[in-house]
Write a protein that binds this ligand. Structure first.
Ligand code: GUN
Ligand code: ZN
Length: 444
């Protein structure tokens, strides 16, 4: 990994929790890795070694070491669906999806033709992500190419692993927010050439959703994926009933909402579909077969009254689908992935199922990395991966200090209870420190 500059070698000592398997399909014993006194060795931004302090400390006796007492260190959180231009319009009152878009979202996104404004919001947005322990996100920009430039410039300065893309939309939106199929194709292509794999940055071809793109525009999006097979496809899918009905009217030849994207060549292993609340079993099956991912966005689905995502179907053994968690700011109401896990738990409860603390945390870390095909680089503490991690304080508030008074846990069962308490009660106050590529990027 990179040069052998010894000064970049350092270590973190503390209590570590990550996943080495998917707890939806493997037992906790086979998926949860808990090291109550561990050492994480970092070199040139990557994990060089990881294990118990007992096993490793002799080998790394002279390394500069930061020790965290009574904290829980997890991989950085991964937000698999969020809109940076919607930073300023979180908590827009009273509407469901289609009215919400027209009344609040489109006017706000119109401001992003202004590069300086876009940069200002991108900086605020990324600061908020870091404060909440989110180190990687799959991000919508707006239709303006300069909104993508602004976002990537700021993300690059912070050395973050971020995925973003210009929104494609050529109908059913105000004139100031529409492009044409050809222009969208050309602008996206230029942005891919400029930003994809530029440092830690990656590009996503981003048609907003089936309603705002013609067949021709979707087809050209598919052509981009053929020309650049490792770029992402990021869009919305089957979120709201009225939306699904309208898509059926607009695309009478397609057999389902997903089929609209499928016919354009947009359903593959680098595709990430936000929501999927209204999907049929047949569509779930197709996503599973295509190895495409869904971003489950509980605070957004509740806020817009969209419905309850069937996580148990998406994570069934018979048709497993890659699932990550998304905040979907600004339809979502919190930047906090802890709060997002908490709301995911409640969405699952309302369907008479349960979501364990470990499963929720998996979705926010390794599960998100798998959904974004980044599990070779991120998601747990395996040596060779990038050293993005969060130092959580399970006793961050007086209430949490009492709720989690036994921290650190002596058993996996006790740990599960403490993590659950942290997800339910935690927010940015519980984010003690955040490391990006091995460097301290935020401290409370
Ligand atoms: N569907 C199309 N655009 C959007 C958006 O901006 N937010 C959400 N939640 N759904 C969408
Ligand atoms: Zn969205």
């Amino acid at each position: 990994m990179g040069s052998k500059n010894p000064s970049s070698l350092h270590a973190i000592r503390g209590t570590f929790l990550d996943f080495i398997n998917d707890p939806f399909y493997a037992s906790d014993a086979d998926s949860v890795r808990y090291i109550s006194d561990g050492l994480l060795v970092v070199e040139n931004g990557a994990i060089a070694d990881f294990g118990t302090y007992d096993d490793l400390h002799n080998r790394y006796a002279n390394l500069p070491t930061e020790t965290y007492f009574n904290k829980l260190i997890t991989p950085g959180f991964i937000d698999t669906h969020i809109h940076y231009p919607q930073y300023e319009m979180v908590a827009a009152y009273g509407e469901q999806l289609l009215e919400w878009l027209n009344k609040y979202t489109f006017p706000t996104e119109g401001k992003f033709h202004d590069y300086a404004y876009a940069q200002k919001i991108a900086a605020l947005f990324l600061d908020e992500l870091l404060k909440n322990g989110t180190t990687t996100a799959l991000v919508f920009a707006t239709v303006h190419p300069q909104s993508v430039d602004a976002f990537f410039e700021v993300a690059s300065r912070l050395n973050l692993r971020m995925i973003c893309g210009k929104v494609l939309m050529n109908r059913y939106a105000p004139d100031f927010l529409t492009d044409t199929p050809q222009r969208a194709y050309e602008e996206s292509k230029k942005l891919i050439q400029k930003w994809h794999n530029n440092g830690r940055l990656l590009y996503a071809v981003t048609p907003r959703f089936a309603i705002t793109s013609t067949d021709e525009q979707l087809r050209l999006a598919g052509q981009l994926l053929q020309e650049f097979p490792d770029v992402y496809l990021h869009t919305h899918l089957s979120e709201n009933l009225q939306e699904v009905e309208w898509v059926a009217e607009l695309f009478p030849n397609s057999k389902s909402y997903l089929d609209v994207y499928d016919r354009a060549g947009l359903v593959g292993k680098t595709s990430v579909f936000a929501h999927g609340v209204q999907l049929t079993d047949e569509e779930f099956q197709r996503l599973s077969h295509a190895k495409a991912a869904i971003s489950f966005c509980p605070t957004s689905n509740l806020f817009l009254g969209s419905g309850l995502f069937k996580l148990h179907t998406a994570k069934s053994a018979t048709m497993p689908i890659k699932v990550g968690l998304g905040t979907d700011i600004g339809a979502g109401t919190s930047f906090s992935m802890l709060q997002t896990m908490s709301e995911a738990y409640k969405v699952v409860q309302l369907q008479n199922q349960s979501l364990s603390a470990f499963k929720a945390l998996f979705l926010a870390t390794l599960g998100g990395a798998i959904a974004l095909s980044l599990d070779d680089k991120l998601g747990n503490f395996d040596p060779g991966k990038e050293a993005d991690f969060v130092v959580l304080d399970p006793q961050a508030t007086p209430l949490m200090a009492v709720r989690n008074q036994g921290f650190p846990a002596k058993s996996r069962e006790e740990l599960s209870d403490q993590v659950f308490g942290t997800l339910m009660l935690g927010d940015d106050r519980a984010i003690h420190a955040v490391y990006v590529a091995g460097t301290l990027a935020h401290q409370k």
